[in-house]
Design a binder for this molecule. Sequence first.
Ligand code: GLP
Length: 297
Amino acid sequence: MCYDTLYEAVGLTAIKYGPLHNAFPDPDNQEDIMEIVVKHDYEEMSRFAAEYIASFIRKKPDCVIGFATGGTPIGTYKELIRMHREEGLDFSNVITFNLDEYLGLGIDWSKPYSRDQSYHRFMYEELFCHINIKQENVHIPDGLAKDPEEFCKSYEAAIKEAGGIDLQILGIGGDGHWAFNEPGSSFDSRTRVEKLNKQTLDDNYEAFFRDAGFSREDMPRYAITMGIGTILEAKNIIMLASGRKKADIVARALQGPVTNEVTASAIQLYRGNAVVVLDEEAASRLVMLTGNAARCC
Ligand code: GLP
């Protein structure tokens, strides 16, 4: 997949930088580039991200997409739903692999639907129920698996069997995590069970559990997550962040030292096409985006 071609298809312009860190440059690899797109606000960011994903699907209707959860991609998913309804965006051959799921949560399809805070529920309510995706093409880590370790191995195998992930959608956690790869996770980690740290539990409680009437103690302490190594094997990455509260961690991930204390900083090691879509607030701490170097599109 040629990123420039895809980008032209989107019909928008972006700020283009080479690798921001020159610790691992690869001048011969034209595709080893991270593009940072700064949009005015959350709505514009979401529309851009959805258009990017949609143009990917139009070019490769049977593509494998890695989906993410969290508040950030909700606007993107809403726009994808609109495109499906109004423009006929076709998901019938798209295969999906979600990044993560809380251990102990998930949908038991043999039982009546019940409200829970699983990422399964999130994905079906925010996207999958509203588009023509085939259920057999949807893969989400099974938080209810009897043998989670075995499940993790089978998830990795399923990704390989599907031919790998063509486009991975990512957010960023408050502590800089990708998926549920908490600080300290190895950059070559694979799908596994991970213990969630306090900040992640606090953030996700506020964002998703509190209003649904759950107590902090009800929150799962563990999750199944794709590893950083798994994510870095995706052929393309689109990472989203919005809001002032993400500004510091976005700057650390994109421009700070590459460290597994901020697992999203692995993006600087990524060998492929990475596009980071931010709103102005989330981009406000990026040093290269100040003064004349800045250009919003
Ligand atoms: C969770 C998810 C991550 C997501 C993060 C940020 O921890 N596991 O994949 O990136 O939340 O979520 P939000 O977009 O709500 O800030």
